[in-house]
Design a protein around this ligand. Structure first.
Ligand code: SF4
Length: 188
């Protein structure tokens, strides 16, 4: 990845982390891991720049660790392929989580950084959709009342960065929808 894009995504991630922490501090909310561990939640990621940045973080790991992660990533993809249950969501630990610790913490994608807190999104008409935040924090969130956390600007900035990045790498218009396990098994 060109240095300028690495710098830009790092800055945007820092901004997300600061915004998230600022709101979390106002709730007095600390994410210390919980039974609902969001690293076990099925998330899809949609940007080439995040995928490539995550893979850079993965490639910097020691060879033996990488092999272990890839083994887990393949098992994750196999389980997801066979999963079929309309009643309960898919749950499996992210292959990059080792004993509760994210192995590529500085390279983790946007949703890993923004998850947990109540937030809102605005559409182009200015209508807002609210999301309640994770179950672990519900009691605290309800006691405090909603502290404004609008993700729209962050998503817009990520979309602009992705557009510039895909222009440069000539992947414009090539949409992706990948789990972290799929990113690792396809790209490494
Ligand atoms: S990338 Fe890191 S923070 Fe995100 S789900 Fe995987 S282990 Fe958790």
């Amino acid at each position: 990845m060109k240095i300028k894009f690495r710098k830009q995504i790092t800055q945007l991630y820092r901004k997300m982390d600061d915004t998230w922490k600022n709101v979390a501090d106002q709730y007095g909310f600390v994410c210390n891991g919980c039974e609902d561990n969001c690293c076990q939640t099925l998330f899809f990621h949609h940007t080439h720049i995040e995928r490539d940045y995550l893979v850079e973080g993965f490639n910097a790991l020691e060879k033996s660790v990488k092999l272990e992660v890839l083994h887990k990533a393949e098992a994750y993809c196999d389980k997801l392929l066979l999963f079929s249950s309309p009643d309960k969501p898919f749950r499996m630990m992210c292959p990059l989580n080792l004993e509760g610790r994210c192995l590529i913490y500085d390279h983790r994608p946007m949703i890993c950084r923004l998850h947990g807190l109540p937030h809102e999104l605005s559409d182009t008409n200015g209508d807002r959709e609210h999301q309640p935040g994770c179950r672990a924090g519900h009691a605290r969130f309800n006691t405090k009342g909603y502290i404004p956390f609008n993700r729209t600007k962050i998503y817009t900035q990520m979309a602009s960065l992705e557009a510039a990045y895909t222009r440069t790498i000539r992947r414009q218009g090539q949409r992706i929808k990948l789990t972290i396990a799929q990113m690792l098994t396809q790209d490494t």
